[in-house]
Write a protein that binds this ligand. Sequence first.
Ligand SMILES: Nc1ncnc2c1ncn2[C@@H]1O[C@H](COP(=O)(O)OP(=O)(O)OP(=O)(O)O)[C@@H](O)[C@H]1O
Ligand SMILES: [Mg+2]
Length: 312
Amino acid sequence: MSLNPSLRTSSKITTPESHYSHSRGGRFSVSPSQDSHLSREERKCLEIQGLQVQSLVALGGFSRVYRGISSTSLARRESVAIKVTEITERSRFLRREMNIIRTIQHPYIIPLHSIFVNEGKCYIVTKLAEQGDLLDYLMQHGVTQEETARTWFRQLAEAVLYLHSQDIVHRDVKCENILLNEKFEVQLADFGFARIVDGSRINPYLSETYCGSLSYVAPEILKWKPYHPKPADMWSLGVVLFAIFNARLPFFATTNWDMRRSQMRKTYKFRTRVKKNLSKSAINLVSYLLEPAIEKRLTIEHVIRSKWLKYT
Ligand SMILES: Nc1ncnc2c1ncn2[C@@H]1O[C@H](COP(=O)(O)OP(=O)(O)OP(=O)(O)O)[C@@H](O)[C@H]1O
Ligand SMILES: [Mg+2]
């Protein structure tokens, strides 16, 4: 199937202060000549850590990601991804990302190799997900068979269950942040907006950082009032599941207002041929996740126990 531009996410959401708004960075196929953004100091710093950069993989919103080889292990050379982020006004998020990624470990979360800070830059080194990210996969392969979708979504749900059960919210679940390893297993990545929900506050589970990408963000976030971050992650999971089935996103809008209106009206439509071949329980699961009322939206525990995921 040809490229489907409608899968590309729109910009990060625009807050009233426009603080987090930016358009998505470019993507690069792996090629040895495309590492020109790496300065000599950065390269030297990486070499000291036993890391050799091969090429640029992606320009993220706030960072550059390179493919490289780690030769620190005597046993074997390991392929890694090196995310270089400038420590600027986003350091609050970066600190959280570093703290969270250091403490988590799960088969469906990208494994950490190392983290270090040098000359105002933070380097987060993770194991390379050989098959790239889910967005690129869907753009190349188009709609996904129900069995593959079930396998991926179960793995993603297990990763989110692991996080939510430790009161960690991801807050940027989207196809670009879901990677695939050499066995085509899900590896949830990019904890740049993740945080631990603070149980000691009067309103323990309310979040006031209006972050995420417009196409994946829950309608309650677009109201600019403190919101519950776990249900917001569940909405994003619904968007991902819809995208896996249809190789396109459920809602299209360029402004926050239009997006919220589409979400509240549930305007999404499955491709005709997809809907014809998909089980009723799969279609229902999307509908219970893309549910504007948070009290009716499924939790991650519900998803894990859902009829569709239990089916083998
Ligand atoms: N371990 C990895 N293996 C393979 N590719 C990776 C890896 N880590 C990141 N990438 C690629 O780099 C992209 C950007 O990485 P990441 O999402 O961590 O950065 P970001 O700056 O937070 O991006 P954005 O703000 O656009 O979400 C990912 O979408 C993915 O394509
Ligand atoms: Mg990302």
